[in-house]
Design a protein around this ligand. Structure first.
Ligand SMILES: [Zn+2]
Length: 109
């Protein structure tokens, strides 16, 4: 079955919204939150060493994204980081759609 995801970067890059046909409901994640939860080797090491992943003074936006087949998504962030691949199951566990609806003022599509 072809399950082509529909991805939108919203609110000047602060949110990513995803619709996967097999799910039938939208999901959303905040850019800063995604950046903070990157699971690449570099970010994992920084977290282990208690080094902050993001600078709270600098807003983070998603500047690009790529579907990695059945694996998941790779995001590019405004701080230049683009190494992390977010597996679908991991993204499912991080769904922030209720927060997205409450904070963004954007209407669910
Ligand atoms: Zn990372």
């Amino acid at each position: 079955m072809v399950d082509t995801p529909t991805l939108e970067v919203l609110d000047q890059g602060r949110w990513v919204r995803l619709l996967r046909p097999h799910n039938g409901f939208p999901q959303a994640w905040g850019a800063a939150w995604l950046r903070e939860h990157c699971r690449c080797a570099f970010c994992t090491k920084d977290r282990r060493d208690s080094i902050p992943i993001i600078d709270l003074q600098t807003p983070i936006q998603v500047t690009g994204l790529e579907v990695i087949g059945s694996t998941g998504l790779r995001f590019e962030f405004s701080d230049g980081h683009n190494r992390g691949i977010f597996p679908w199951a991991y993204l499912d566990s991080l769904d922030q759609y209720p927060k997205f609806s409450a904070l963004s003022g954007l209407q669910p599509g």
